[in-house]
Design a protein around this ligand. Structure first.
Ligand code: PHE
Length: 450
């Protein structure tokens, strides 16, 4: 049998897994959610969710993946419960659908990167709004950019674990951090930026309601790539010596740190030109091009460079995430059906690209492409982020907390006794009670049952 890949070093493990976690969820979704839900108060609740529920959830997926060192379906089936395999299948399906619609927005980012370089984003507010409308309602262009993004992802994944995934993350993650630091500094130096910084750092608890907690929890799970078998697949490439608790904590810190920095990049600039940061999903395609133009009116060349850097940042962040979503299905087809890696990757690419085309059309030229009264794209987002992803995390917790032998968990947690088990009890308590209960609450609240 061919030798299975592993990530080469500790740094590679953190960068690849953080690459999966850091994505449009941090740089696009987190800022607008923060804008809509009360700024710093939302961030505090979000951080609470990451540490109380996110880290235990991550460790669980790491344990499943590293224990069996195989694709998600086999890994979940290898814990002593055959039906566990179903959770693996659920994860593979979830990440395939997420990749399908995520690539639509990633494709828009790629198109905006091109537009910034070509100087097509220069114009007043009406022009920028019209530009977005005419691009997104075109039947062909957004589909091509979205499919292009899936194909780029394909070529990285087809190269394999070390040569493709690890190498891409080692290049893209440092670049991403450098660009982010430059943009945060540029934004915080603008006149009047202080109001934006205050908004991010001074909590206003008057906006906090039950639904803010739920939004924060959903955002934490999506941002950490939890519940999609993605972390489990990546952990199957970890080494036996990898400290799972430490890795989960480092990745969660990095992911949250980058999300907060994305806020520090967007809010000071937005407040500096008097734009409200609560515009929702169109924030990065309409609000920000406007902000860049106004903020750097006297220095258009700086505005031009900032805009290129910003869209490059989004493309890099999205790419390291789409790679991880693609790898889940590719590893499954490759190992379970014994297809060559490249064939496995192509089949997945074709499936995802098809979803991308339909999702893209549903929010553009063919708005009648609907399911349950929602455009197909929104439906896929709702189905995965609000139902399938929490379900994956819920069943993982139940399986590990209540069914799998504790010996197995403690052995993985402590690397067969090489590490101290100090936090094991806290982990187990969270996985048994806190994680499933909180997810259950979201579910019930979502369908207005509580
Ligand atoms: N965590 C990624 C982000 O924040 C999205 C993602 C979800 C990646 C699920 C992989 C699996 O954008």
């Amino acid at each position: 049998m061919e030798k299975r890949g592993t990530f080469g070093s500790k740094l590679a493990i953190v960068l690849t897994t953080a690459g999966s976690a850091v994505g449009l969820g941090n740089i696009w979704r987190f800022p607008f959610m923060t804008g809509q839900n009360g700024g710093a108060a939302f961030i505090l609740i979000y951080l609470g969710c990451v540490f109380l529920l996110g880290i235990p959830g991550m460790i669980s997926e790491f344990i499943v993946g590293r224990h069996s060192q195989s694709n998600a379906a086999r890994a979940y089936g290898n814990l002593g419960y055959k039906n566990g395999r179903l959770i693996g299948y659920l994860g593979i399906l979830t990440s395939t659908i997420i990749l399908g619609f995520y690539a639509v927005v990633a494709g828009w980012c790629l198109q905006y990167l091109y537009a910034s370089i070509a100087g097509h984003l220069n114009g007043d507010t009406t022009y920028i709004v019209e530009y977005f409308k005419s691009f997104s309602s075109d039947p062909i262009r957004p589909c091509l950019w979205g499919v292009g993004f899936v194909v780029i992802t394909h070529f990285v994944v087809a190269q394999g674990v070390e040569k493709g995934i690890e190498r891409a993350s080692k290049l893209l993650m440092p670049l991403l951090m450098i660009i982010l630091i430059i943009l945060v500094i540029a934004s915080c130096l603008l006149p009047g930026a202080g109001k934006g910084i205050d908004f991010l750092l001074k909590p206003d608890f008057s906006k906090v309601s039950g639904s803010v907690f739920l939004e924060a929890l959903g955002q934490a799970f999506f941002s950490l790539s939890l519940g999609t078998a993605c972390l489990c697949t990546y952990a199957s490439y970890f080494k036996k010596e990898t400290n799972l608790l430490k890795s989960a904590t480092q990745i969660a810190l990095l992911d949250s740190g980058i999300a907060i920095m994305a806020g520090l990049m967007i809010f000071p600039a937005a407040f500096s030109v008097g734009v409200q940061p609560d515009s929702g999903p169109s924030l990065i395609f309409i609000t920000l091009p406007n902000v860049f133009r106004q903020a750097f009116e006297s220095m258009p060349i700086v505005g031009f460079i900032i805009s290129i850097l910003f869209y490059a940042l989004l493309v890099f962040a999205a790419l390291t995430s789409t790679i991880s979503m693609h790898e889940i299905g590719t590893a499954f087809f490759h190992e379970e059906l014994h297809w060559a890696r490249s064939k496995a990757a192509w089949i997945l690419t074709i499936v995802c690209a098809t979803i991308t085309i339909f999702c893209s059309l549903s929010v553009g030229a063919y708005s009648n492409l609907q399911l349950f009264g929602m455009p197909l794209m929104d439906f896929c987002d709702f189905l995965t982020a609000q139902i399938m992803l929490p379900a994956g995390a819920f069943f993982t917790s139940i399986l590990l907390g209540w069914f799998v032998e504790q010996r197995l968990l403690i052995n993985e947690f402590t690397n067969n006794g090489a590490l101290k088990a100090t936090f094991f009890k806290a982990y187990l308590f969270s996985v048994k009670f806190i994680v499933p209960l909180c997810i259950l609450l979201i579910f019930l609240h979502q369908f207005n049952l509580i």
